[in-house]
Design a binder for this molecule. Structure first.
Ligand code: ACO
Length: 159
């Protein structure tokens, strides 16, 4: 008799010998060159459903107290189902367990959905990296019909 398939979800760290999920990472960052600037010094966490990786986040320690989520992405057909929120909470829990005091995330000034989600999950704006998307990318990037210029930096204290 055929076994009924269950949609079991697990978030786990990707080991260094596993393939980097660039397709997913490219949903959150424009180019492989930009991703390669941080990916090799970071820890990658993936959400697996069955044998399929459907979401990712990337962690990079800044110093002994602060850690940054450099990339977070959910495959398009699974967005808007609470997975982004789940990943942010998982990241905060793991950062806290590793002894970090603050978790940081940055996003584009026109990324309204992301800014909404991060603030709803307790992140607060603390800095703006002016002209980040103009100075660091070869082509203009548009989101919601607006050209991205500045990177909005948000942080959340981990108690
Ligand atoms: N417009 C407005 N709000 C939305 C939308 C939408 N299209 N979709 C979801 N939301 C809301 C949800 O309603 C929810 O709010 P609620 O709790 O009030 O209902 C909230 O946003 C969170 O939604 P989730 O379902 O948890 O988010 P999702 O699983 O879609 O993940 C993410 C969010 C990671 C931004 C995902 O949409 C994605 O991969 N986007 C493309 C890549 C990207 O932009 N990544 C972030 C770049 S910044 C960085 O990587 C550091």
């Amino acid at each position: 008799m055929k076994k009924k398939e269950t949609k079991h979800q697990v978030i786990r760290q990707l080991s260094k010998d596993e393939k980097i999920p660039y397709d997913l990472l490219l949903l959150a960052d424009e180019t492989i060159e930009a991703i390669n600037k941080y990916i090799f010094d970071s820890d990658i966490f993936v959400l697996e459903q069955g044998n399929r990786i459907i979401a990712v986040y990337v962690f990079q320690a800044i110093n002994k107290n602060e850690i940054e989520i450099k990339n977070i992405a959910v495959i398009i057909d699974c967005q808007g189902q609470g997975i982004g929120k789940l990943l942010l909470n998982d990241a905060a829990r793991r950062a806290r367990e590793r002894g970090f005091k603050t978790i940081i995330i940055g996003t584009g000034d026109a990324a309204t959905k992301q800014l909404y989600l991060y603030q709803k999950e307790g992140f607060e704006v603390f800095d703006i990296k002016e002209n980040f998307f103009i100075d660091n990318y070869p082509e203009p990037i548009y989101e919601n019909g607006i050209q991205l210029k500045h990177m909005i930096m948000l942080k959340k204290g981990l108690k």
